[in-house]
Design a protein around this ligand. Structure first.
Ligand code: NDP
Length: 393
């Protein structure tokens, strides 16, 4: 029987997911694209005039609205590419309707700049009882980086001791300052304290305190800063023998200077302030001023390179493996009208959903992506537009 796929969120990532699901329409069947405002959904639909796409409005902050929509269209899976704030309400709607669930970013409360899996993992037993699968973090990082870890664990190591996740975006959009995905989510992540895990403990650093230089293949040497990133929370649970895991992201000097300045004047605040008798949230106002990330696509040139370096032991010998993926902003835009950050997130979201619908990844409960056999996902990456490279260092 033909499937029905519900995609919630019509931003940069949502656009890529729709394009890629349409390319795999034998698996995804009818696509219903729903978002808070219909305009963006219609725009995406108009890019694919021959595809079987319907559009809807939904306020995904309201579980009952999502339940109603899932029931109305009889969805087989919900791909959540709205914002992390909607993860729990959408998960609850999936439980109520016994529908598979997938997302790309872990839950965050709008009023607290803190993201963690706790509340999503707590829904594991409800997912089990409903007989459905919830796949968390099926983007690039989290997502592909977790699959890279599972893949090297399976094929290259008896034990992995250290992992560094290395995220480089060398794209240039020509603006003095803009963020490549949702500014609020991006700036909250970047302005937070750094954190990494070593010998069973989380170690907190000041924001941007630890810096290293890394030579990214096809990009070059870039300043890379230690940040906390959500995939580490699940990887420390699932990678055996791990002694340390860190996450590094590249930032140019100009980006950091702008950010520091915005932070110093209070523009990154997420608590309301009074302005001319009206409450405003500085970060939300900043979002209004900054270029819409969706508009950056056609201006952005350059490449992304995201990967992992793992060190450990195989047959008693030390080993160091680097596995990475390079994408080109202009090529991505040519294919799906979105730049590489949205592309590298949307493709893995589609792949995760494809493997669920095909029954290749199965299970009742809430899972992180590294818990499944990585090989089929790695093959799909090569087939669906994200070819990867592996090197022994
Ligand atoms: P955008 O801000 O471009 O798009 C978000 C979309 O969600 C918009 O269409 C927005 O609608 C919609 N939305 C927001 N609130 C609601 C709501 N209450 N109900 C229904 N729809 C809503 O974000 P991106 O496309 O850049 O990112 C999408 C997701 O992907 C985010 O969760 C982000 O954190 C994640 N991500 C993950 C990455 C990874 O590698 N794992 C990397 C990059 C992003 P409207 O237009 O009306 O505001």
């Amino acid at each position: 029987m033909q499937k029905t796929t519900l995609i919630i969120g019509a931003g940069g990532v949502g656009r890529v997911v729709v394009h890629k699901c349409v390319l795999n329409e034998d698996v995804f069947g009818k696509i219903v694209l729903a978002s808070r405002s219909i305009g963006r959904c219609e725009e995406i639909k108009s890019e694919l005039p021959d595809a079987n796409i319907e559009t809807r409005t939904v306020d995904a902050d309201k579980t009952e609205e999502v339940v109603e929509l899932i029931n109305e269209i009889n969805a087989d899976i919900v791909i959540n590419v709205a914002l992390p704030y909607q993860d729990l309400t959408i998960m609850d709607a999936c439980i109520a309707t016994k529908t598979h669930y997938l997302d790309t970013a872990n839950y965050e409360h709008p009023d607290e700049a803190k993201f963690e899996y706790k509340l999503q993992w707590q829904r594991d037993s409800a997912f089990k009882e409903a007989g459905i699968m919830g796949l968390l973090g099926s983007g690039f990082d989290p997502g592909v980086t977790n699959v890279f870890c599972a893949y090297v664990q399976k094929h290259y190591f008896d034990e992995i001791h250290t992992i560094d996740i290395l995220d480089c975006n060398a794209g240039d959009h020509g603006y003095a300052f803009a963020t490549n995905f949702n500014p609020e989510i991006n700036l909250r992540e970047v302005s937070a304290n750094g954190r990494y895990w070593e010998n069973g403990e989380w170690i907190t650093t000041e924001p941007m305190e630890i810096k290293m230089l890394w030579d990214y293949p096809e990009v070059g040497v870039k300043d890379s800063y230690l940040l906390y990133h959500e995939e580490m929370e699940s990887l420390v649970k699932h990678i055996k023998g791990l002694k340390r895991i860190r996450f590094f992201m590249t930032f140019g000097e100009s980006y950091l200077t702008h950010m520091k300045c915005l932070q110093n004047v209070g523009m990154l605040g997420i608590k309301p302030v009074m302005h001319q008798g009206k409450e405003i949230v500085p970060m939300e106002f900043l979002k209004t001023l900054l270029p819409d990330p969706a508009s950056l696509g056609e201006r952005t040139k350059g490449k992304t390179n995201i990967g992992i370096v793992a060190e450990g032991i195989k047959n008693g010998e030390k080993k160091k493996i680097y596995i990475y993926q390079v994408s080109d902003h202009e090529e991505c835009y040519k294919e799906v009208n979105s730049q590489a950050v949205s592309y590298t997130t949307g493709v893995p979201a589609m792949i995760g959903a494809k493997l669920i619908l095909e029954g290749k990844w199965q299970g009742n409960g809430v899972f992180n992506i590294e818990e499944f056999d990585p090989d089929i996902f790695m093959d799909e990456l090569n087939r669906q537009g994200l070819p990867w490279q592996i090197k022994e260092l």
